[in-house]
Every structure is written in C-alpha cells, then in structure tokens.
Design a protein around this ligand. Structure first.
Ligand code: UDX
Length: 458
C-alpha cells in the first residue's frame, strides 16, 4: 500500500544488517507495518543497495542508504570481520545521524528506529536523537536466550559442561550450542557481535523477534520477563500464507538473481510430494567432501531433486554430476525459495537450517533434513528434530561430515518411511499455527497492532 506523504500515522526507519538472510525479514516486517498505516523507510548500506536484484527497487517501501565505510565492495573490502564491524559502527553511526537530519529537514521526521540487533549502536543513535528504539532479532528466541546467558556470564565459554541447562530450554549438549559458543575462539569478532547484541538492550522500547509464540512459548515467556519482548513472525510474505496482500508481488530483496522460470517449469511437471529441494542459503560454504557426500546421498535416494548451488560453490560438485543426473535433477544458482517450498511437488527440504529457511519450511509445511553448518544452525537443527519434530538430522562422522548413506536414509525416511508420516502430520500442524499467528488477531498480529498503537500515541 502506497501512503501519501503526511497521510501516515508514524514513521519508522528499519535498519538492516547487509546480508540476504537479514534484509528479507526486516523488509517483510516493514510491509506489515505499512499495511497498518505506518510509513517505513528501509535503510541498508550503499554497497548492498547497488547489488540488489532490480525487482526490489519497485517494492512499496522507501529505501535509503548509509555507509558501512566500504562502499565499493562491502564486507569483502575489509581486511577482517573485526575491522568491518568496527568501521561500520563508526561510519554507520555518523551516516545514520546524517540521514535522520536529512529526513527531518525534508519534512519526513522519524519517530522510531527498528534496528537489526547485529548493529546495537543504532539504538544509541536513536536515543541521542530522542527517538524510540526497537530491537529486531532475526534469529530464534532459543538462540538469543543462549547468547544472553553468555553475555550475563551465567554460561561460561569455553564450555566446560557437556550438558547445558538453561531456563526455558530442554537439556542441551554442547554441540547443540550456536557454533560461536561451542567454538568461541575461531571467530572472536563474531562471538563479540552475537554477545554484544545485549549490551544496551535494556534501553530498547521494544524487542521484536522473528518467531511466533506457539513455536517457542516457554523461552518467549522467560525472555519477556527481561525485556518488552514481542514475537512478530514468521515474516513470510502474506501472499504465501493467506493472500491478504495479493497485490504485493515483490516479496524479497534478492541479492542473487533467481532462476524462476526454469525452476517453476521443472517443478510443474513433477508429481505431488516427489521432489527433494536442497538449499544451504546465501552464505554457507561446505567443504568439497561434504558437497560430494550430499551429491551422492541425493543420487542414492533415487528421488527427483532441485538443488541450489551458488556460483561460487559450483566447482565443489562431483565431476559431471549435473550431466549425469539431469534426468532426475535440476541444479540452479538461485531460486525463488518461497515459491519452490509452496509448490506441491516438493516433499522434503534438505537445508542448512538458517532461521529464515526454517521458518519458511514451517510456514509452508515442508519436512526438513537438517545439515547445519555453523552459527545458529546447529541449535535450530536440534530443535527441528527433537523438539518441534519437523524433520531429521543425519548423524555426522568423527570429522563432522554427513555421509552419503546417512543423507540418503533421512531423505527416504521423510519421503516414504513411518517417521516421515508423523513428521508430515507435524508439518501440517505447524503450518496452521504459523498462519494463525500472523492472521488478524493472531499472536504476532496482535503484537504488531500493539506496537503501532503505542507508536501513534507516543
Ligand atoms: C543467515 C544465517 O546463515 C542464518 O543461520 C541465520 O539464521 C540468518 O542469516 P542464510 O545462511 O542466508 O542466513 O540462511 P537463511 O536464514 O535460511 O536465509 C536465506 C534466505 O534466502 C531465505 O529467505 C531463502 O528463502 C532465501 N533463498 C535461499 C532464496 O530466495 N533462494 C535460494 O535459492 C536460496
């Protein structure tokens, strides 16, 4: 819905962290706010705004940019993650302040900054300008609860215990922890960033999490005692859930160009529930050995498959794999994932368990085979299998590799086994609950309504 200038009830800036898996949820949240009469200006970096696939430019949301200090090549230009984050903090704070001044003098003042929690300094900028600040967590409550316990010093790293007991969570093993906690030394800058999300959170006026209450009830209740925490997800475009925003065809910010026609034509010719969809998101870079094992597992499962292999990963596929499997398989560089998951031909999703992919599978009722790589993915995979019972996690060998037989077994179990039947029933249940949460009057919808009401009256 386009809003005439001055016709809106309040104005939010939505500041994104510049990677695909973080821009999309904040963009979709922004659209929900606009639908309720709040103007939203999405803010990303100069560099990312140049690389976004052109369809995004026609989205109804206004777009502005700030600098992360690396306008030519973004993160790739920095000598380290630490250097990138430090410069982003410094240059980002300054250019965000300049943007606020520009919007104010052009008659479009801002009331509230909704910021990705990877950029906690944005809350300091908001407060300096006397604005409201809303934190936006793109990862699950479970994972954030774990990071907060590290921040508080309750959970000490390096981990000494093998069984971790935290409020709101079932007993977890150390290898179920987010990788930056399980292995806190390999990526110190990322460890600091994740734990640093909580440093000034006490000053936030709202804390939003891209999840839904019914999925993480216990941990949401626990965390809501600490902050004004509200679940607002899943931030899946409504067109995939309930057709409420049917006119909205621009449902994503694609940094990669999707191979839409090829994928959809290929899927259209396949029987219901017959296809294994495989994708490891926008960042994961498996070892060659792991890619080969997955390729073999797929072949051995004897199922049709659609596999997204990003351009930079293509050389890791076994020699002649694409040619030799062309009767059963299609390999593309990027696809319209939501459309693919919504297609009736897809019966199983082999995923790295990134939080967006996980929520998308829940929302569209597609059972998962979890092959996590790092970050929150291991914790998500544990929950998918043992708590939400929405998929299977193949065991790894002593080198952490999922072998072909294990991958094949899990795919077969989901597609044709007894456990698959139970998982499909659960998938149906979760799909219904996810949709109800964002439907009018649902748990997430009510939370967004409450935010809008307070924003307008503040
Ligand atoms: C990152 C982290 O890796 C993840 O662990 C964290 O939870 C969020 O940020 P990413 O690895 O890219 O994200 O994974 P994910 O969260 O699943 O997001 C990928 C997004 O890209 C999804 O929204 C998915 O629909 C989209 N996608 C993926 C496509 O549109 N097409 C594709 O071909 C593949």
């Amino acid at each position: 819905m386009e809003l005439e200038k001055n016709a809106y009830r309040a104005h939010c800036l939505a500041l994104t962290y510049p990677v695909q898996g973080h821009i999309n949820p904040l963009l979709e949240f922004s659209k929900r706010l606009e639908h309720k009469g709040v103007k939203v200006t999405l803010v990303t970096t100069h560099f990312i705004s140049k690389t976004i696939h052109k369809e995004a430019a026609t989205s109804s949301i206004a777009l502005e940019t700030i600098s992360d200090g690396y306008d030519e090549d973004g993160r790739a230009q920095a000598e380290s993650i630490k250097a990138y984050l430090e410069r982003f903090r410094r240059v980002g704070s300054q250019t965000l302040a300049e943007l606020l001044e520009k919007l104010s003098t052009s008659g479009c003042p801002v009331d509230c900054i909704v910021y990705d929690t990877y950029l906690p300094w944005a809350l300091d900028v908001a407060k300096k300008f006397g604005l409201l600040g809303a934190a936006f967590f793109t990862q699950s409550c479970v994972v954030n609860n774990i990071y907060n316990h590290v921040h508080k010093g309750v959970l000490k790293v390096p981990l000494s215990e093998t069984e971790i007991l935290l409020p709101g969570l079932p007993p977890l093993e150390s290898q179920d922890m987010p990788s930056f906690i399980y292995d806190s030394v390999s990526y110190p800058a990322l460890f600091d960033m994740f734990v640093g999300q909580f440093t000034n959170l006490g000053q936030a006026d709202w804390v939003f999490v891209n999840t839904f209450y019914e999925l993480e009830q216990e941990v949401v209740d626990w965390m809501a005692k600490l902050w004004p925490l509200r679940t607002i997800g899943p931030t899946i475009p409504s067109m995939f859930l309930d057709k409420r925003l049917e006119d909205d065809k621009n449902y994503g910010f694609d940094i990669f160009k999707p191979n839409t026609d090829t994928c959809m034509k290929w899927l259209n010719g396949r029987p219901k529930g017959s296809v294994v969809y495989v994708s490891f998101g926008s960042l994961v870079a498996f070892e060659v050995e792991q890619m080969e094992e997955i390729a073999w597992g797929l072949r051995m499962s004897n199922r049709c498959f659609l596999w997204v292999v990003r351009e930079a990963e293509e050389e890791k596929l076994p020699k002649n794999f694409v040619e030799e499997t062309s009767e059963k398989g299609l390999v593309v560089r990027w696809c319209p994932q939501l459309e693919v998951l919504a297609h009736e031909a897809v019966g199983c999703f082999v995923t790295h368990c990134g939080w967006n992919s996980t929520l998308e599978a829940f929302s569209l009722g597609v059972p998962m085979v979890g092959v996590p790589y790092w970050s929150d993915q291991k914790t998500n995979a544990k929950y998918i299998m043992d708590v939400w019972k929405m998929g299977l996690k193949p065991p790894t060998d002593e080198n952490g590799i999922v072998r072909r037989e294990a991958a094949e077994h899990c795919i077969r179990e989901i597609m044709e086994g007894e456990r698959g039947k139970e998982i499909k029933q659960n998938a149906f249940k979760w799909r219904k609950l996810a949709k109800e949460a964002v439907d009018e009057g649902g748990s997430s919808d009510k939370n967004i309504e409450e935010f809008v009401a307070k924003l307008v009256h503040s």
